[in-house]
Design a protein around this ligand. Sequence first.
Ligand code: PBG
Length: 320
Amino acid sequence: MLRRPRRNRQSPAIRAMVEETTLSVNDFIYPMFVMEGQNLVSEVKSMPGIFRYSLDKLLEELSVVQDLGIRSIALFPQLPEALKDKYASESHREGSLYLEAINEIKNAFPSICVMSDVAMDPYSSDGHDGIVENGQILNDESLEVLGKMALAQAEAGADIVGPSDMMDGRVGYIRDILDNEGYTDVSIMAYSAKYASAFYGPFRDALDSAPKFGDKKTYQMNPANVREALIEAELDYLEGADFLMVKPALAYLDVIKTLNDNFNIPIAAYNVSGEYAMVKAAAQNGWLDGTKTMIESLTSIKRAGAKIILTYFAKEFAQL
Ligand code: PBG
């Protein structure tokens, strides 16, 4: 035998030398949840180790997170039902919890990169990412809300805005508004290939943001499709996105690879709540080694071509 691949695996030193993919905290964006109130920390039941924080507590947690070397976060708000309405008006109201939070985080931790979420669902009484009329999700009317939301977030200090709504044309629409208002340096991370996935369940528990009727299949993508992801990605690229995201990650590694093979801007992947919950649940039962499974999962996402990974594991990884 001239070729013996096992020779390159025979010692830790050689294995390290030939290792093709390495993870670092620089690869991660840590999703965090903010809620109303004071001195409150509440664990998301279906996401052990992940908490919703009132703003004062979130700031305390951020100093821990920053000390661990995490440099970027994605922030999501949990709102009481009373603040939700058909038009998600709370999403761009001056002084709202979310905008205050972005502002205070950037004041206290100017070097942390804050990515905001642009979508109506946490603020919508219908629980959808766009305006609902007669059971339909309106596209172009929703863009106006998304534009106001993105602008308000940029004004509050967001470094990256992340449209996660899947309305057509939103990246270009938002880019235009940001540029016209002087926010040419605010980046857009487009949730380009965002699938209508069952893996978002725990996140919707965390934010009480599940759709009040129907599902999200008229705007989020069919899990069966990958060619369609190229269309979404091309549009977002042409409309000015700085990053293209695939979401979820683990069940869509082929989509990550396809986008990475076809575009030269950084590809991000969102290792979503359900993917986190599965590993945690199995580990708590003693069915899987949680730490090893975490590292293997994150490595596979990066190996597939994601330069950036949004993951609830970021803190745990950093602690290692
Ligand atoms: C909605 C949004 C969702 C997530 C991020 N932004 C859920 C959805 O589309 O219903 C899910 C993230 C996760 O599951 O971790 N705009």
